[in-house]
Design a protein around this ligand. Sequence first.
Ligand code: HEM
Ligand code: CU
Length: 541
Amino acid sequence: MSRWQRLPLAHFGVAVAAFGVAASMAVMQAMSRANLSLPARSEQIYYLSVTAHGVLMALVFTTFFIMGLGYVVARTALAQPVPGPGLAWISYTVALAGTLLTTGAILAGHSSVLYTFYPPLQAHPTFYIGLALVIVGSWGWCAVMILSHLSWRRTHPQAAVPLAMHGMMTTVIVWCLCTVAVAVEVVGMLIPWSLGWIKTVDPVLARTLFWFFGHPLVYFWLLPAYVVWYTILPREAGGKLFSDSLGRVVFVLFILLSTPVGFHHQFMDPGIHAGWKLFHTINTYAILFPSFVTAFTIVASLEVAGRMRGGQGLFGWVAKLPWGEPLFTAVVLSMLAFTLGGFGGAINAAFGMNAMIHNTAWVQGHFHLTVGTAVALTFMGASYWLLPRLTGRGLRFAAFAQVQPWLWFAGMMLFSISNHITGLLGMPRRIYEAGYQGAAQAATWAPWTAISAAGGIILFVSAMSYVLVVVGTVLWGPRLAAVPEIAYAEPLEPPSGGRTVWDRFGLWTVLAIVLIVLAYGYPLYSLVTMHRYGSPGVTGF
Ligand code: HEM
Ligand SMILES: [Cu+2]
């Protein structure tokens, strides 16, 4: 293995470790909610576990995987060394130290604040300090990615940046814009408060800053998955990308629309005028559009692949696709789950229907389809593709890699559909036992929570199969005589000309900032200056 592969592999190592631990906790959670007796089952353990699971899955597994993938793309799509390897390794170390601090704080038992860490729930200062370090580390990654792009641009002033790097750059921009808000929340409010330096914090302001970050966070997860869908999947399916320019338009729309939508998580919060919630709702429906375009482009690319493989007729091409390839099945099943998640998302985004499902098990059913499957299963599929290319070793226990995506999909259908149903039946999310001490309402939930627990067990088997293949490949994978190359899909039509307006990241970033100021400027100003009776709100105002 030459040297550059170590950096992404080190990132994937942390990601897979976090995933393995979080998946082991998840199966206990799913069983606990079905009232199955487990050793040491208690409220305290449940909330500790859900906090660790949420943080390790949603913040650590994703972020480290994305950073690793970013380095792979910067190195291979741009065909040049990644500049600033020192900075990259320091950033990795800082983010890893932060992860250990935060995880330690949770496991020590005094930081069960869930991954949204809403005040007035208060964690130990090391929980917040660790999170701040993870963010600082990720900013270092952003800097290296931006430097990579700039140095490539200097030698290719008129060329269109390769689509994979285009997608990673939009990921970087979305992340830089949104992490500012969570940094202000954590460093300006929660750390001083947890240390006792300030007496109070304003929960509505904290939640607003959190969701300023929290919605774009989902695109930070999703865009790298889209990079895999657009630039790796079509080639692995044996075909070509249906349209390169549509991909660029999609990525740019995410720069613009990822952030000014956060109030759709705060429909039920007081202190924010309904007019602002409406504005964010309109933007939310606008951001469904690039995902529709993606569904069209990727399915069209798959049809191209099926026909290039000799498929005939209206649907004959489907059978010709490489259903035995783990990357292919993982990504296609991810997309299927995302379609279902998208239906649910459109419901969540509508004020009236949101009132029906808010804080119910529906919500956890929803995001396990989106981040828990569309993103996570894509990353698992991408691991099967990347590992031989990065380590020079063939997949170990390859049969597990083949069945694992199917198991994940089956388990997730049981888990997610049952949670959507119990949500509609009124079961809250984030509860330790769904029996509700024998309440009549809870009796209707029981068959569904049992199905959800069965789904959880299948998911656990799938998760462990993934970990087994990854660890087995790295340690005992057979050395490959010819290491397959990391190559990206070609578009069906060669892109006409060079650099276009879709490559002007500076312009789109400025426009995104304008939209953010429009969507958040006044609401934040009014929250900060609002006079509160009997509650001091933000210290100093
Ligand atoms: C191994 C399969 C998985 C199972 C069985 C599972 C199960 C669960 C359960 C039972 C909960 C607690 C729900 C509650 O009480 O409200 C939960 C929460 C959560 N899960 Fe998973 N999960 C799995 C995988 C994932 C993945 C892959 C992700 C993301 C990459 C993820 C992200 C989350 C998040 C963000 C929460 C919310 C925590 C909170 O409410 O603070 N999960 N999961
Ligand atoms: Cu959202």
